[in-house]
Structure formats: structure tokens, C-alpha cells
Design a protein around this ligand. Structure first.
Ligand code: 13P
Length: 245
């Protein structure tokens, strides 16, 4: 009942300037739940404008390049993301691993670039449906952690089972609890890290997920596009944190 929670929204490839009213629409939930940290990863084109509207809401990029500059058409460096107004950057989302062939080694290089630019990487891991059916989920996530994480410096982990993303399927609370305990165990030799859950987090299931001891927050996709849904998830998180903090 004492730790803060982080509720993060990943807008993916959604949102234009018209979407920025979102920050006003979630203000009430934000003010009513001061023990909940709130973060939005809008498309990179909106970070700068969002920074003027975000108040205490943190901003993140959805990806960055591993290099600091150069001939990489269409890519953005970590410095560019930070300079636009972000404090965090999502790295290694399963959609980037799948759509852009990102390996855990690429993810680690990007995470190091993010840290060097003063951004906190939110590093995503998660098994496919086949992996879970075969009982390989811990082996897969363990391998991703081993090869994706920087050896030191600040970072956040997001456990996002691929089969739960955008499908309306959520991992059961006991599956989430055991994977988060496994991840916590893998990190046991380092400093405390936030471990978020992502995959069809909605107002209706948020409280059940966020009450789990090893779940420090959520990375929300679809439900972060609607201010009322996202506000409800912030309020659900607020029930599990100490308001004095
Ligand atoms: P959904 O909440 O839409 O399943 O997306 C989760 C996600 O991928 C967040 O990064």
C-alpha cells in the first residue's frame, strides 16, 4: 500500500493535434490520484506540442535509433526525442520486434542510446502464443531480459505477452503474478526496477492486475486512446498507493 504506481499509455500510430485535448480530459483523474505517476507515449510528431499541455504527465517516445545521428532516413535519435520533451522512451515493443525485425541485441543498443541521452528506456518483453502453449514463456522472457537489458543505469521493464496485445485477451492474474515474480527474480542482483504489465488492460480488469504485489503499473494501448478509460485506469491504480506519498 506504500509504493507508487505508473500508468503509461502507448498511443502507437494514433493521434494528431486534435488528440491533445486528452491531457485536459485526464486532469481530474491525475489530480485526484497524486500517488500515481502517469505517462503518455504519443506519436513522436506530438511530443513537443504535448509537452506544453501535459502538466505532471510524463512523455515518452515509442522508439529511438541506436546511433546518435547519421544517414538513417525516417529514424529519430534519443537526443531528438528528449529534446522534443520526453523523459522516457519505449524500446523493443513486440510490434517493433515483429514489424522491424528488432532483436534483443538491437533493443539493448537502443536502450543504451536512450540512457546516454538522458531518457529512461521502458524495455518491453513478452512471449508469443505458441511459446506460452509450449510452456516456454519463462525461457523466452528470460532470454529477452538477458540480451535486451543494459548492465546498469535506470530502466523500466514492461511485460507484454504478445497474444494479449490488442486482442482483448488478458493473461490471468496468476500468470501475471508468476511472470512478474520471475522477472523480479532475474533482476534480483540489481537495484529495484519498475515492472509494468501490458496487454489489453482496460477499466474492467485494471484493479485486479494492479493489486498484484509485483505489478508496479500498466502499459496501456487501446484504452489509452480514450480519456475516460484511461482516467478509470488511473483511478484503479490510485486505490493501491499511499495518498501521502
Ligand atoms: P493493448 O492495451 O491495446 O492490448 O496494447 C498493449 C500495448 O501494446 C501497450 O504497449
Amino acid at each position: 500500500m506504500q509504493r507508487r504506481k505508473l500508468i503509461a499509455g502507448n498511443w502507437k500510430m494514433n493521434g494528431t493535434g486534435q488528440s491533445l485535448g486528452f491531457f485536459d480530459e485526464i486532469r481530474q483523474a491525475s489530480e485526484a490520484n497524486p500517488g500515481v505517476d502517469i505517462l503518455i507515449a504519443p506519436p513522436a510528431t506530438l511530443i513537443h506540442r504535448a509537452a506544453a499541455r501535459a502538466g505532471r504527465v510524463l512523455l515518452a517516445g515509442q522508439d529511438c535509433h541506436a546511433q546518435t545521428s547519421g544517414a538513417h532516413t525516417g529514424d529519430l535519435s534519443a537526443d531528438m526525442i528528449r529534446e522534443a520533451g520526453a523523459s522516457h522512451v519505449i524500446i523493443g515493443h513486440s510490434e517493433r520486434r515483429a514489424d522491424h525485425g528488432e532483436t534483443s541485441e538491437t533493443v539493448r543498443a537502443k536502450a543504451l542510446a536512450a540512457q546516454a541521452a538522458g531518457l529512461i528506456p521502458i524495455i518491453c518483453v513478452g512471449e508469443s502464443e505458441d511459446d506460452r502453449r509450449a510452456g516456454r514463456e519463462q525461457a523466452i522472457v528470460g532470454d529477452q531480459l538477458e540480451h535486451s537489458l543494459p548492465a546498469e543505469g535506470e530502466f523500466i521493464i514492461a511485460y507484454e505477452p504478445v497474444w494479449a496485445i490488442g486482442t482483448g485477451l488478458t493473461a490471468s492474474e496468476s500468470d501475471i503474478a508468476s511472470m512478474h515474480a520471475f522477472i523480479r527474480g532475474q533482476l534480483a542482483n540489481g537495484p529495484a526496477r519498475l515492472v509494468l504489465y501490458g496487454g489489453s488492460v482496460k477499466p474492467g480488469n485494471a484493479a485486479g492486475i494492479l493489486q498484484l504485489a509485483d505489478v508496479d503499473g500498466a502499459l496501456v494501448g487501446g484504452a489509452s486512446l480514450k480519456a475516460s478509460d484511461f482516467s478509470a485506469i488511473i483511478s484503479a491504480a490510485g486505490k493501491f498507493v499511499n495518498h501521502a506519498e
